[in-house]
Ligand binder design. Structure first.
Ligand code: NBP
Length: 481
């Protein structure tokens, strides 16, 4: 139904996400003002779903702003980038100090920081809120990662808590992440971890198929079994669904009729770009982004088909069953590493920008609604709750023990992959990260020697303070730099 009652919240941008988010607010009892650049979308929403709650459709920006109670809460769900700036420019002059603009799009956190700064001068609270869960999540309860000023959360938080997903223990999947761009930063890393999770699952599938000799339907069953254990997660669950799906037109497994070129929208790439800036090794996420890029290079792949490789010889049935168990270990261990890397990036971002992000709370709000929701996140939360200054997830005794138990199988799986020529960049990067972290000595010492040799970049010694340079072109004596 529609009415002229003043609305507690407004949503502008009514494509799939905004439309479902607006319906979610309305279904939870809020009066929702509606606006879209093209008014037809506004009318369509009211026509189709008007009975779900109280909507106040507005044709113009002015009408929309006037429909909102004060302080105004205006959710922007438009295409990220220039459209977000265009909408802000349109609405900001109509707002008053204390009003809130909540950007629920996938904005780059640096844009969110800029927008927050500019709007703060006008007294407007700008909340960059990462929203995960796709269109279904937006409707039934997403995981929400709001940043921005903490005062805004006092008034906005309870509403977001009402519409958000709830974890199995009933906790809402939303928390105030931190000031300015903190929410969009965490959403970005969430997406990076999602890329890594999907890549690792893809590698497990490929190994089960090419080394284990299982059919897609059999692999679906293996994933279903895994989903009852420690890998219990939305992505494992939907993987089983996709693998068991049969193409109606050909009768072939669906996965065999889909072109094997993965697409991406950019948040995974940003995660890696920012990690490079912050100096955080997120090799698993990077491999996932690169794997998607490589898959898209059709001409390069075509030109490389004749390159030599081993002859694939699938295992016998009994061996294959044992191999599947080892793949589960490798997948789980690699997953621990990608979350370790992702949380390291969040901790580094928090430190760099002074956000004071509670890592346990981040794990907690990813337990429901979002794409990476998983039983495993409960354990991550427990690890950070027990020790908020945990240097790395791998320093948590439980995760360290689990990896210790998995490592032999993890290595074996990579040996099989290498022997059979199955690409497993995610598993391999995760293991290399693990081995590098635990190594007593790294070849970085040699790197420093090389740098000093060709560029006089100096080095530090293990036995004395200070910086040193060896006179490589002279008598090779050492001088203090
Ligand atoms: P889109 O990203 O496809 O954006 C379409 C909306 O943006 C329409 O309402 C469109 O208005 C509006 N818009 C554009 Br385009 N340019 C505009 C401009 N200059 N001024 C005003 N409005 C403009 O929609 P979506 O897929 O619903 O996603 C919305 C946001 O949520 C995006 O930032 C997206 O990254 C993020 N997100 C999406 C998902 C997902 O699963 N789809 C998940 C999580 C986050 P029009 O109707 O007049 O063209």
């Amino acid at each position: 139904m529609t009415t002229s009652t003043s609305a507690q919240i407004g949503v502008t941008g009514l494509a799939v996400m905004g439309r479902n988010l607006a319906r979610n607010f309305a279904r939870n009892g809020y009066t929702v003002a509606l606006h879209n650049r093209t008014a037809a979308r506004t009318h369509a929403l009211v026509e189709e779903f008007g009975e779900e709650g109280i909507f106040v459709p507005a044709e113009t920006a002015k009408e929309f702003v006037e429909a909102l109670e004060r302080p105004r809460r205006l959710v922007v769900m438009v295409k990220a980038g220039e459209p977000t700036d265009a909408v802000i420019q349109e609405f900001a002059p109509l707002l008053e100090p204390g009003d809130m603009i909540i950007d629920g799009g996938n904005a780059h956190f640096a844009d969110t920081r800029r927008r927050e700064r500019e709007l703060r001068e006008q007294g407007i609270h700008f909340v960059g809120a990462g929203i995960s869960g796709g269109e279904e999540g937006a409707l039934h309860g997403p995981s929400i990662m709001p940043g921005g000023p903490s005062e805004s959360y006092d008034s906005l938080g309870p509403m977001l808590e009402r519409i958000s997903a709830k974890a199995a223990d009933g906790a809402p999947c939303v928390t105030h992440i931190g000031p300015d761009g903190a929410g969009h930063f965490v959403k970005m890393v969430h997406n990076g971890i999602e890329y890594a999770d999907m890549q690792l699952i893809g590698e497990a599938y490929q190994l089960l198929r090419d080394v284990g000799g299982f059919t897609p339907a059999e692999i679906a069953d293996i994933f279903r079994t895994w989903n009852t254990g420690r890998l219990d997660s939305y992505l494992i669950e939907i993987t089983a669904e996709v693998l068991s799906h049969v193409d109606a037109a050909t009768g072939r497994p669906f996965v065999d009729v889909v072109v094997d070129r993965a697409e991406q929208k950019g948040t995974g790439r940003w995660t890696v770009q920012i990690a490079l800036d912050l100096g955080v090794p997120v090799s698993g996420i990077a491999e996932a982004v690169f794997a998607r890029s490589l898959s898209g290079h059709a001409a390069l792949r075509d030109a490389s088909r004749e390159l030599a490789g081993p002859t694939p010889t699938p295992l016998g049935r009994e061996e294959a069953a044992a191999f599947a168990d080892r793949v589960e270990q490798a997948l789980y261990a690699s997953k621990i590493v990608s979350y370790t890397q992702g949380f390291h990036e969040i901790a580094a971002g928090s430190e760099e920008y002074g956000w004071d992000i509670d890592l346990g709370a981040v794990a907690s709000i990813w337990r429901g609604g979002c794409i990476i929701r998983a039983a495993f996140l409960d354990r991550i939360r427990a690890a950070y709750d027990a020790r908020p200054d945990l240097p790395s997830l791998l320093s948590d005794a439980t995760f360290a023990e689990e990896i210790a138990a998995a490592q032999d199988d993890w290595r074996e799986v990579l040996v099989s992959a290498t022997r059979k020529g199955v690409p497993t960049p995610g598993f391999a990067a995760a293991l290399a990260y693990y081995d590098a972290l635990r190594a007593p000595r790294l070849p970085a010492a040699l790197t420093q020697g090389q740098r000093d040799f060709f560029g006089a970049h100096t080095y530090r010694r293990v036995d004395r303070e200070g910086s040193f340079h060896t006179l490589w072109g002279g008598d090779r004596g050492e001088v203090e730099a």
